[in-house]
Design a protein around this ligand. Structure first.
Ligand SMILES: [Cu+2]
Length: 239
């Protein structure tokens, strides 16, 4: 919630299933809301909201008023605990990711983490994941987008690249640092470098834009040392 003198400060409380104008501020080292931000990946601030069980994910871009209040239309789709992340660079500062817990009242039924898979489907699209998360260092992940079985070669730029990847650790929702590889090609492959801080399971969320619409493909992946004992693609969560 706080780092380097900056604190994420939610203002609005939320009701399960009700679209709400959610407001927050980032309080700076001087105790005042931050009003100057650097643009990164086309936006001054990226706002990610994930349910604690990682079955709900939203990547939103709030609007900033001159007094430093951010606002965004937000719906928490089901009851339970959520983690919100604000990813930004204060003017003259360095990149920060601050988190805050959000609560949606009601009957909470946590869902198990979806099984490890190298394939994700969203609408008419299929996305394949190549590469492995490696604990403690940066690793290359390549995501390949196809539609109706054909490679998609006309992805549209989204947030300064042909896709945007967010990775969260299952269990505590630690937020991974992910960089896109610059590419001149509009698909079907999108390449990222991700740093997994530890062994364990992670949930990856790829946002990509095609035919004017942003969609999210979600994967569960396991970071294991590449010692040949536990290939990540065959890790079984059922026991
Ligand atoms: Cu964003």
């Amino acid at each position: 919630m706080s780092q380097d003198g900056y604190t994420l400060n939610p203002i609005t409380s939320l009701t399960t299933g009700v679209p709400t104008d959610f407001q927050f501020t980032v309080i700076g080292p001087d105790g005042q809301p931050v009003t100057d931000y650097q643009v990164e990946h086309d936006k001054k601030l990226h706002f990610i909201v994930a349910s604690r069980d990682l079955t709900s994910f939203q990547h939103l871009h709030p609007d900033l008023t001159p007094d430093g209040t951010w606002s965004v239309k937000l719906t928490l789709p089901k009851a339970g605990a959520y983690r919100a992340f604000a990813d930004f660079v204060p003017a003259g500062g360095k990149k920060l990711t601050l988190g805050a817990d959000l609560q949606a009242a009601g009957d909470y039924r946590p869902e198990p983490l979806p099984h490890v898979s190298r394939t994700a489907a969203v609408d008419d699209y299929t996305v394949n994941l190549a590469g492995d998360l490696v604990p403690g260092r940066s690793s290359k992940l390549t995501l390949t987008v196809s539609k109706d079985g054909e490679p998609v070669t006309d992805l549209e730029p989204y947030l300064g690249a042909y896709g945007h990847l967010v990775a969260l650790r299952a269990g505590d929702l630690a937020y991974l640092h992910v960089h896109p590889e610059e590419s001149e090609q509009a698909g079907p492959e999108i390449t990222f470098y991700a740093e997994a801080p530890s062994r364990g399971d992670y949930r990856l969320f790829l946002d990509f834009k095609h035919e004017g619409k942003v969609r999210t493909a979600s994967f569960t992946a396991t970071a294991t040392l590449s010692d040949g004992h536990a290939p990540s693609a065959t890790h079984d969560h059922s026991h």
